[in-house]
Design a protein around this ligand. Structure first.
Ligand code: BGC
Length: 487
């Protein structure tokens, strides 16, 4: 069996002060089965509240994606992904072959300063990247027909229409003034027009919705799409009859509607999540205090920062002797450690944790002793384990709400794909929450299995553009603001 946590019995020679801290951290970060079940119960209620007319703290945004793909969608589409770290532009051709596609893509770095600069600068940079992509792949843009584009905008946005997105609030460290509360589409389209980019926006989508649809394109058991990356969130297909806040539209109750949960906002009221003093500091010092309580305990943007906060706190505590007499100024820099730093610690294969020692030395100029290394490793495990176990509560809550006892969940994002043991720890937590019996054969599938997703912001965005064009062709104009872009 994979070793998911360190055996506490191995801390035989660890000095008392460090041992006490390890035990304190174990207490603070523990998420036992009973706690996970309590969180999940509350989560189900919050999902329902978000769909109600009164609303709740989880936005539960309708996305106007009104069907799963059949696998027979066709056509060529552009897709733009504005994630937390990169910009990606793709051209996707959905071929005649069922569930098959061709893709060409380019990545562009999203300069850090654009995340906190002016909106126009950000959208013009994006327009320039798109233009560069089209010129490279299509040559002269002068005579080109406008290409349909699916724009993956992975921030909470109210979508009264599929081609509209009113940013509720920035997440993932973005802080651009004048955008919150506004529709981002005209800002984007104005930049395209200024640069003469031959594109028509067909759908604004969230990465989770893209993940759900792209995964369902190749696997019909896929019912939930999740992202565990810089941020964290999920989408699933709801029936309009279960969305009281859409009742005024009079849609038939069995009409499907993909919901972008924006579950990062779960428990902003701090009712159930086991918050530590470190989570409280991170929240207080973030650009949006009081927001994204769940996300701040799980997402890649915060995992390294939680670890850093702990290390600084222990060093500054006079009852604890850690990194004594050493210069920890590099460690004092906020957000200087990302989740790959924690991954590397958890991945250190050596008994004496020599790779972790090298990492501390090169990255932070700190030389930890053997016992400090053990505390470091255990701290990383606790943070990583808590993140994986809490994220399972969200998956369990959607499954319970929908009555899914067996399905696939498509997941993407750097934490899911790269963080050691994240998948196994999440699967174990799901087993505990949903009371599954232990497996008899290790190869056996779990009833609800979280699997690596298909490319949501590429293929998913293209599919959503295709599904939208198709339903418009059939006369379903619900949630379409600019019909002219669909002809
Ligand atoms: C955003 C979501 C997004 C998630 C994953 C969160 O910070 O609010 O819209 O789906 O990150 O990228």
């Amino acid at each position: 069996m994979t070793r998911l946590t360190m055996d506490t019995g191995s801390y035989v020679d660890v000095p008392k002060d460090l041992l006490k801290e390890i035990e304190r951290l174990e207490q603070l970060f523990s998420t036992d089965t009973a706690k996970l079940k309590q969180i999940t119960e509350h989560f189900v209620k919050e999902l329902e509240k978000g769909l109600s007319v009164q609303g709740g703290s989880i936005p539960m945004n309708p996305t106007w994606v009104m069907s799963f793909p059949t696998g027979y969608e066709t056509g060529t589409y552009l897709a733009l992904d504005m994630g937390g770290t990169n910009l990606r532009v793709c051209q996707i051709t959905l071929t005649e072959q069922k569930s098959e596609f061709d893709i060409i893509q380019s990545k562009y770095r999203l300069p850090e300063e654009l995340k906190t600069g002016e909106a126009d600068d950000l959208f013009e940079y994006i327009a320039d990247c798109l233009m560069q992509f089209i010129e490279t792949h299509h040559g002269d843009t002068g005579r080109l027909e406008k290409l349909p584009l699916g724009f993956t905008f992975s921030y909470p946005a109210t979508q009264n229409y599929i081609d509209e997105g009113i940013l509720q609030r920035w997440t993932k460290g973005f802080d651009i003034p004048g955008v919150e509360g506004h529709n981002v589409v005209p800002m984007f389209e104005a930049a395209l027009a200024r640069r003469g980019v031959p594109i028509k926006l067909t759908a604004l989508i969230n990465d989770t919705t893209g993940t759900l649809i792209a995964s369902a394109y190749t696997d019909t058991k896929m019912k939930i799409g999740c992202i565990f990356g810089t941020g964290c969130n999920a989408a699933y297909m709801e029936d309009c009859g279960s969305i009281p806040k859409l009742a005024h539209l009079g849609l038939p109750p069995d009409t499907p509607m993909a919901i972008n949960c924006e579950w990062g906002a779960f428990d902003n009221e701090h009712k159930v999540l086991p918050r530590t003093p470190y989570d409280i500091i991170i929240d207080k010092d973030s650009p949006r205090p009081g927001q994204q309580a769940f996300e701040k305990m799980i997402a890649g943007l915060y995992l390294g920062e939680i670890f850093r906060q702990i290390m600084v706190d222990l060093h500054d505590n006079h009852d604890v002797h850690i990194f004594e007499g050493q210069d920890i100024s590099a460690l004092r820099k906020a957000y200087s450690l990302d989740s790959s730093f924690l991954s590397a610690i958890e991945e250190d294969p050596f008994e004496n944790l020599s790779e972790t020692a090298d990492l501390f030395q090169t990255k932070l100029g700190i030389h930890p002793n053997t016992h400090e290394l053990e505390l470091i490793r255990r701290t990383a495990e606790l943070i990583g384990t808590r993140a994986a176990r809490l994220s399972a509560c969200g998956v369990a809550a959607i499954s319970k709400k929908k009555g899914y006892t067996s399905c696939h969940v498509g997941a993407d994002g750097s934490v899911f794909n790269k963080y050691p043991h994240f998948k196994a720890r999440g699967a174990q937590a799901l087993r505990e929450i949903l009371d599954w019996p232990e497996k008899t054969d290790p190869k056996e599938e779990d009833p609800i299995e979280i699997l690596a997703a298909e490319d949501g912001s590429g293929v998913g965005a293209a599919l959503i553009a295709a599904l939208t064009l198709e339903r418009v062709k059939k006369g379903n104009m619900h949630g379409i603001l600019h019909p002219e872009n669909f002809r």
